[in-house]
Structures are given as structure tokens and as C-alpha cells.
Design a protein around this ligand. Structure first.
Ligand code: ATP
Ligand code: MG
Length: 739
């Protein structure tokens, strides 16, 4: 036998590592294929290997495969993996990316068919709103009653559904705002055209229009000839427009392979429709469905816990997962006093793991809502633990936080020009660039700061009366706030500033999906300030935090939201904040009822299944939410964790009583021996705590600023004190003396 023949017959190494079902999925290259399988069963691996296989057997060239991933990062990873499978072949010319990036690339080639030129701009959210505002002004529409952001959101939702203006039907309209949005939809599209721009929704929608247009049938035919294979990861989170685009493109070869998991559909709030999975069989006749049941990611304890939680959802296609992995460690469930204690405990655990040789790069903290990140970030910085925030800026770098800090900086130091410039027209006060330039020019000529320059110019008639009046109001505000610094608690002052400046109202009026999150972050900021002695001390802390940027490539702990963690895996995962109202999110349940709750539960499933070896779930008894303390109750998802796979830590063991507290659940609570019966929240065991510097509950103390008071709660170095005059405050123990 010649050696050539031997090579041909030998099984390619990339197939050897697959189980039978995975292998079948990889080798089924022709015809429609749906891989429907739970977390960690190798869906992404199948997709990558399948792509490599198609190239390897010569069924297609790289440019003939259209592959869609959920993030650009995932696209990059897939390119690298396929390239590695093929022995490092270059990956140029591949159609591999997110829906948006692929559709944008296509649209640039055919932009003229929808009245654009190929160098069109892609508008961001702010631009969209500005454009809608202009249209509303033209039509004299009341913008207070009909927020432009809400109009943009409605139009975007139609675009997600693949609806152009003439497609929107009566039953898509729910009330006056929808009708107004419809009346603006067409003019909005016209306006976009006239400025040679499109928004994100248009990328797909324009392409669908072009591909469907019989006048340009040669374009679709051309793509049909080009794309021999279409592949999609995270298929459960596609929206209708994405689905229509895929279907149009795949109809040529009929070789489409989608992989997904209905239990991980978590973007319903953004228009994703899990029903796309059900449509698949109908639209692609003879589709083969392969289920993968072996999970290769997680230990048995982790997988069993995840399976048990998701089994509480009624709306599922249903599947069973197993693992051949060992039991591994049980999931740790921990109740703590508050968010700060939670972060402290988690970091202790992380440090303990590090000392046993676990890498920070294999640890992740996955939060439900971004405001939860702050306490973790503070603790990471304090301990010098390297971390990175994925999918968003670090807490203090968020736009709303930087804006709020800018207000505080100007109050603390009126000559902080950069801070003043940042917020002088935020919220919008009608002060344009030209005004700012005039102010700066004046300041330069007189060698004075921007603030002084405003004061100076307001004494003259150089400014337009309206501008002058606005600027005088701004200065009056700052003068008033500054006069409050010495006799108002600084967190209270911050609240006043955000309120009186109109900054909070600006976000309250904002109908973008991220606006509520920004408001939560602002409240979190105000709470955080209570931990500092004064405004100056707080601002200094922030300056240090912002300076603490670590750009080195050392392994770092990943901090991100559960939504962002889809598709990823880590050896060890921390899931904090499992409390009713926070997770499951109250908003999600209020807005979407049982559907909302089930989507939250899928998020819990996504969270647990990110862990390979170890998962920590925690909840606190006192959560600072929306600016006030909430008596938190453990999430129903905590109760859904099966006792046999969970280890509930109580205050015995490696943690001292001063560091943790058992918190009862809604109807029953856990301890290390399993479940116990009901205990109401009122009967929460109050553990006698002693501060690290020796204070304890009931002590009478004196504070420079707030006077005399009684300690009502001790949390490490933080004391909750009921001051005789100033009311309840949280302060550091180093700032009080024993009476
Ligand atoms: P998710 O639903 O979270 O996106 P997934 O189904 O895409 O998960 P993958 O990320 O592809 O799962 O695989 C999970 C892990 O299991 C990866 O580390 C992968 O390398 C590994 N894995 C997959 N299949 C096998 C196999 N046959 N043998 C060994 N390891 C495997
Ligand atoms: Mg995957």
C-alpha cells in the first residue's frame, strides 16, 4: 500500500476528539442542520470543526462560507481556531463575524440600491435621537409627552422584526406613541438617506430589501452562488430580521447549520425570538436535528445544579444533559450581610484559590446588573487583584459617573475647567460650542479659569441675554452647592446636585434600554460616597482609582454581566446578588410577567453553566438598591438549587461571625445539613459584631461632623450609627471616637 493512500484513509485528527453526535454534526455538511443542545455540549466546537472540515475536504473555499457569531470577539476566536485546525492557513477574505458586521460589509457593496453611497455612516443611538428630534421639531410634536428616545426604540423594534414603514400594520400599533412613531418612520428613513447614513437596524433591513427585490435578483443569485455554506452560533438569540436575512442567503445552497440552546435565550428584551428555532424545521424542509447531550465543560455537581434550576421553566423544548466528569466540588452558596461583605468574602475566596495555584485569568464574577460591579472593583483595587471589566467601562469610567463626578469636582474646586466643560451643557441647556469658545477665549485673554470667565462675562453685555441668563443660573447653582459643602453630608449634597441640576431627570426622560441602569449606577455612586469622610477625600480616592489602570497582560479576574458571558467558560465563577428583585430582576418580571421570570431563569442557567470546576453563589440580607437599603430576600433561584449539589456555608468554618450572616430565604432556608423550615425575615439572627478596631453595637461614639450617636451595626471597619442630630449614617470607624 502506498503511503499516499494511507494518509488519505487516516482519520483527520480534528475528528478524533469528537463524540458520535458531534461527529455526525460535523460530517453532515449538506442540507439544513440544526444542532439543538444544552450548555457546554460542544456546539461552538462543532461549528468550528465543521468549518475546518468543509475546508479540509475541499467542499468550499474560505470565502464561500458565511459564518455568524454573537460577538466580534467570538468571531476572532473562531478564526483562530479554524486556522489552527488547518495548520495556520491565513484567514483573509472570510465572511465570519456578527450579523451587524457582515450585513454592513454587504451593504457597502450595494448601497446605491437603497439610495446610499458606499461610504455611508452608521449612526449611534445619540445621532438617531438627534435626527428624530429634528423631525419632531419640524412637525411641532410635543417632545415632553412623546420622548424622542421612545420613538427611536419603537422604530428599532420594527426594524428588528424586519418591518419597513409600509409593512407596519394596525396590530403592530399599541397606542398613540406607536402611531406617532409610524408617522415619523418614513420621514426618518428619508432623512437618513439624505445624510447618507443608516442605523444598526438598517444594516440588515436594507440588505433584506435589496435581496428580496426582483429588480435586483442578480444580487441574491450572486450570493447564492458565492455562499455554499451558512453557519450560525447562538441561534436562539436571533431576531426576525436576522432570521429573514439568513433565510434569504441560505435558500440558494440550502446548506445551513444553526447551533443553539433554547434554554440560553436571554435577549428577548431586544427582540430575539426563540421561536426561530421552531421555524427552522418548517422553513428548511428535511432539516436534520442533532441533539448533543454530553456536557464537557462542567463537573457533575455544577451541571446537576444548572439542570435543576432550568427544569423550573415550563416553556422549554426540553433536553437532558449528562457529564462523564467527576462530581467535583459542590456549589458554594453563601449568605452575607451586605454588598461590601459579599465582595470581601468573594475576594478572600479568590485569593485562597490563587494561593492554591488557580489563575486569576480563570476566574469570573458575573453580575446581573452593572451597578453591582462597583463594590467588587473597589475591593479588587484595595487588594491589588488584577481585573478587567468586559463589555463596558469600569464603574468610575462610565459616562454617567464621570458626569456626576464632574459636577462634584466643580463644586470642590471651581477652577477645574475640564470638569466644568464636560457638564456645562449636560443636561442640554442650549449652550453651544460657540459659547464655550467665547468663554475660553475670554478666559485666555484674562488668564482666568472657565468658571471665572463665566462670572466675568456675565457682568458684561457681551453674551446674548438668553445665554447669559443660563450661565448665571449655572453659576448660582454651583455657588449654592458650594456653600452647602460644610454643613451637608456629602452624599446628600451629591443627591441634591444631581437632582437640582436636572441630571437625574435627563436620564429619567431617556427611554433607551440602558437608561435605568445608568440611574442605578448614579444611586450606587451616591451610596458609595457615604463610606468616605468628606467630598475631598472621596474625590481623591476616585483620582487614585482612575489612576489604577493596569494595562499589562497579566492574567486578570473577569468582571462582566451575565448577558455578556454567553458562550464563555471559566474554571471558577462567582455569581453574586441572587436576591429577589435584583435577580430575578423585578423590572423584567413587572414588564413581562412569567415570560420575564423564565428569561431571568435562563440567565441563571447561563451563569451556572459558565463554570468548569467551581461556582460560588451569594446573596445578601441588606442590599443598597435605588439609593436605599433594602431588606433583601434570597432569590427563588437559590431555593431551586438542589440540596445534594450545594454546600451552604454558615458562619462557622474559615469565616468569623463578624464577616457573615445567615439570611433566611423566602419560605425556608439552607444550612449545611440541607433545608430547614420557615423563618421570617423579622427573625433574622442578628449576630453580635465587633469592628476590626474594637467598636461594637450599642457603643456611644462621637464624630467630628455628625456629633454624638449610637452604633447600630458594625460591618468590618464600617459603622452604621444613629446620630442624635444627623440621623443614620454609615462611617468608617477611624473617624469616630468612643464616648
Ligand atoms: P455554550 O452553550 O455555553 O455556548 P457550547 O455548547 O458551545 O457551550 P463549547 O464551548 O463548544 O460548548 O464546548 C464546551 C467545552 O467543552 C469546551 O472547552 C470544549 O473544548 C469542550 N469540548 C467540547 N466537545 C468536546 C469533546 N468531544 N471532548 C472534549 N472536550 C470537548
Ligand atoms: Mg457556544
Amino acid at each position: 500500500m502506498s503511503s499516499d493512500l494511507f494518509v488519505v484513509n487516516e482519520e483527520p485528527p480534528y475528528l478524533q476528539g469528537l463524540n458520535a453526535a458531534q461527529r455526525e454534526a460535523v460530517e453532515t455538511v449538506d442540507g439544513p442542520l440544526l444542532v439543538l443542545a444544552g450548555a457546554g455540549t460542544g456546539k461552538t466546537r462543532v461549528l468550528t470543526t465543521r468549518m475546518g472540515h468543509i475546508l479540509q475536504i475541499g467542499a468550499a473555499f474560505p470565502g464561500q462560507i458565511l459564518a455568524v457569531t454573537f460577538t466580534n470577539k467570538a468571531a476572532q476566536e473562531m478564526k483562530e481556531r479554524v486556522s489552527a485546525l488547518l495548520g495556520g492557513q491565513p484567514v483573509e477574505g472570510w465572511w465570519l463575524g456578527t450579523f451587524h458586521s457582515l450585513a454592513a460589509r454587504m451593504l457597502r457593496r450595494h448601497a446605491d440600491h437603497v439610495g446610499l453611497s458606499s461610504n455611508f455612516t452608521i449612526l449611534d443611538d445619540d445621532d438617531q435621537v438627534r435626527l428624530v428630534k429634528q423631525l419632531m421639531e419640524l412637525q411641532n410634536v410635543d417632545q415632553k409627552k412623546n420622548p424622542p428616545k421612545a420613538i427611536v426604540a419603537i422604530i428599532s423594534r420594527w426594524k428588528d422584526k424586519g418591518l419597513i414603514p409600509s409593512d407596519v400594520q394596525g396590530n403592530d400599533l399599541n397606542g398613540d406613541l406607536d402611531r406617532l412613531a409610524l408617522s415619523l418612520y418614513h420621514p426618518y428613513q428619508e432623512r437618513l438617506k439624505s445624510v447618507n447614513a443608516c442605523d444598526f437596524g438598517d444594516l440588515l433591513l436594507h440588505m433584506i430589501t435589496i435581496l428580496k427585490d426582483p429588480k435586483h435578483s442578480e444580487i441574491l443569485a450572486d450570493y447564492h452562488r458565492r455562499f455554499k455554506y451558512v453557519m450560525v452560533d447562538e441561534y436562539q438569540d436571533t431576531n426576525v430580521a436576522q432570521y429573514l436575512w439568513l433565510r434569504l442567503l441560505a435558500k440558494g445552497s440550502n446548506n445551513i447549520c444553526c447551533v443553539g440552546d433554547d434554554d440560553q435565550s436571554i435577549y428577548g428584551w431586544r427582540g430575539a425570538e426563540v421561536e426561530n428555532i421552531l421555524r427552522f424545521e418548517k422553513d428548511f424542509e428535511g432539516a436534520k436535528i442533532i441533539r448533543l447531550e454530553e456536557n464537557y465543560r462542567s463537573t457533575s455537581n455544577i451541571l446537576s445544579a444548572a439542570n435543576a434550576v432550568i427544569s423550573n421553566n415550563s416553556n422549554r423544548l426540553g433536553k437532558e444533559l449528562f457529564t462523564s466528569d467527576q462530581d467535583g466540588e459542590k456549589i458554594t452558596v453563601r449568605g452575607l450581610w451586605d454588598g461590601a461583605a459579599e465582595a470581601r468574602w468573594a475576594c478572600e475566596e479568590m485569593e485562597a484559590l490563587q494561593s492554591k495555584g488557580w489563575s486569576a485569568g480563570q476566574m469570573a464574577v458575573l453580575v446581573r446588573t452593572s451597578f453591582q460591579m462597583r463594590e467588587f472593583e473597589e475591593r479588587f483595587i484595595q487588594l491589588g487583584l488584577p481585573y478587567r471589566v468586559i463589555g463596558g467601562p469600569r464603574f468610575y469610567e462610565r459616562k454617567e459617573i464621570r458626569d456626576a463626578l464632574a459636577y462634584l469636582r466643580v463644586v470642590a474646586q471651581k477652577n477645574d475647567d475640564l470638569a466644568l466643560e464636560r457638564i456645562i451643557n449636560v443636561p442640554k441647556r442650549g449652550l453651544g460650542d460657540a459659547t464655550i469658545q467665547t468663554l475660553y477665549a475670554h478666559g485666555r485673554a484674562k488668564q482666568i479659569s472657565l468658571y471665572d470667565s463665566i462670572q466675568d462675562l456675565c457682568q458684561t453685555d457681551e453674551l446674548r441675554p438668553k445665554v447669559k441668563a443660563t450661565l448665571m443660573r449655572v453659576i448660582d447653582d454651583f455657588e449654592r452647592w458650594r456653600s452647602m459643602v460644610d454643613n451637608t453630608a456629602h452624599s446628600e449634597l451629591a443627591g441634591t446636585i444631581l437632582d437640582e441640576s436636572g441630571y437625574l431627570d435627563m436620564w429619567k426622560a431617556d427611554k433607551a434600554p440602558d437608561a435605568p441602569g445608568r440611574l442605578e449606577n448614579l444611586k450606587e455612586l451616591v451610596s458609595a460616597m457615604e463610606e468616605f469622610e468628606s467630598l475631598a477625600v472621596f474625590l481623591e480616592h476616585i483620582a487614585l482609582v482612575l489612576d489604577n489602570q493596569d494595562n499589562s497582560n497579566q492574567p486578570s479576574i473577569t468582571l462582566m454581566t451575565l448577558h455578556g458571558a454567553k458562550g464563555l467558560e471559566f474554571d471558577c465563577v462567582f455569581l453574586p446578588g441572587w436576591e429577589e428583585g435584583l435577580f430575578p430582576s423585578q423590572r423584567s418580571m413587572d414588564e413581562n410577567g412569567i415570560k420575564g421570570l423564565e428569561e431571568e431563569r435562563r440567565l441563571a442557567y447561563v451563569g451556572i453553566t459558565r463554570a468548569r470546576k467551581k461556582a460560588f453563589i451569594s446573596y445578601v440580607g441588606n442590599r443598597r438598591m435605588h439609593g436605599s437599603w433594602v431588606n433583601a430576600i434570597p432569590s427563588r433561584f437559590v431555593e431551586e438549587l438542589p440540596a445534594g449539589h450545594v454546600e451552604t456555608q454558615t458562619e462557622t468554618g474559615m469565616y468569623s461571625a463578624a464577616r457573615s450572616v445567615e439570611v433566611p430565604s423566602r419560605s425556608r432556608h439552607w444550612d449545611s445539613s440541607g433545608m430547614r423550615t420557615a423563618r421570617s425575615i423579622e427573625s433574622r439572627p442578628e449576630i453580635e459584631r465587633v469592628s476590626e478596631s474594637g467598636f461594637s453595637r450599642g457603643d456611644r461614639v462621637f464624630h467630628q461632623k455628625f456629633g454624638n450617636g449610637t452604633i447600630i451595626h458594625v460591618d468590618g471597619q464600617k459603622l452604621d450609627i444613629a446620630f442624635d442630630k444627623a440621623g443614620k449614617k454609615r462611617v468608617m470607624d477611624s473617624f469616630v471616637t468612643q464616648n
